[in-house]
Design a protein around this ligand. Structure first.
Ligand code: AP5
Length: 227
């Protein structure tokens, strides 16, 4: 590896269907490796809450469980990646989700001599996803994620991360929308597994186990990618 390659920030991608644990694992990797988690879902939800033009266009599409247009998502991601903290390296959570987005990312990175470091496919079964998503909630203050069964705060009603006592559930976390999101994943996003395999940057990991066991597997993969 040459010196220039060593100094380039890592660009990691977490691929996986809704509920695979992308957000949960991305936040743990962010803490461990000092990377910045970029979730296009979070960026879009912020745009919806702020009532921006992009947010207004995205709202109904997200509530239907379909994919927001490539044009909107690529523009949001490009703007976020231009912010100074991203020079530390990024974990992309929920982007890219189509081949058009993957190519746009390659083009964007190429302008600064960068490439995708590793794309990690979180492999899970569809039936488990419905259980995971229907029990999910997050801290309203810091966004830390929880689950009614699989991840509960150490002190009931109090966020482990910030001590907040308000929690919220997402508008698109209902059985009907989850089914549509899984259809969109298999039709439009799963082909990216082949896309990154062809670039020799794909790693697969079994994401059906316990959160901490999966985190250990991912730390190994990410540690190797950053060394
Ligand atoms: P987005 O916000 O990206 O949602 P998603 O991909 O559907 O993924 P989720 O956030 O639902 O799941 P996750 O994999 O992060 O799982 P989590 O860690 O929370 O996108 C929402 C919408 O925005 C899309 O439908 C689309 O409309 C739009 N959008 C976003 N990006 C887009 C793009 N690039 N292009 C076009 N449109 C876009 O875990 C889920 C739950 O399970 C949690 O409660 C967690 O505690 C629990 N859990 C996690 N791991 C485990 C485990 N191993 N065992 C048990 N429970 C677990």
């Amino acid at each position: 590896m040459d010196a220039e390659t060593l100094t380039r920030p890592a660009v990691l991608i977490l691929l996986g269907p809704p509920g695979a644990g992308k957000g949960t694992q991305a936040r743990m990797l962010e803490d461990k490796f000092g990377l910045v988690q970029l979730s296009t879902g979070d960026l879009l939800r912020a745009a919806v809450a702020a009532g921006t033009e992009a947010g207004l266009a995205a709202k109904a599409v997200m509530e239907a469980g379909e994919l927001v247009s490539d044009e909107i998502v690529i523009a949001i991601l490009r703007d976020r990646m231009a912010e100074p903290d991203c020079t530390k390296g990024v974990i992309l959570d929920g982007f890219p989700r189509t081949t058009v987005q993957a190519k746009a990312l390659d083009d964007l990175l190429a302008t600064s001599g960068q490439k995708v470091s590793t794309a990690i496919s979180l492999e899970v079964e569809d039936a488990e996803m419905v259980t995971r998503i229907s029990g999910r909630y997050t801290c309203a203050m810091c966004g830390e994620g929880y689950h009614d069964t699989f991840k509960i705060p150490a002190v009931e009603g109090k966020c482990d991360n910030c001590g907040g006592t308000e929690f919220k559930r997402r508008a698109d976390d209902n059985a009907e929308t989850v089914a549509a999101r899984l259809v969109a994943y298999h039709a439009q996003t799963a082909p990216l597994i082949t896309y990154y395999d062809a670039q020799s940057v794909l790693k697969r990991t079994d994401a059906m186990g316990q959160i901490d066991d999966i985190a250990r597997d991912l730390e190994e993969i990410v540690g190797a990618a950053m060394s």
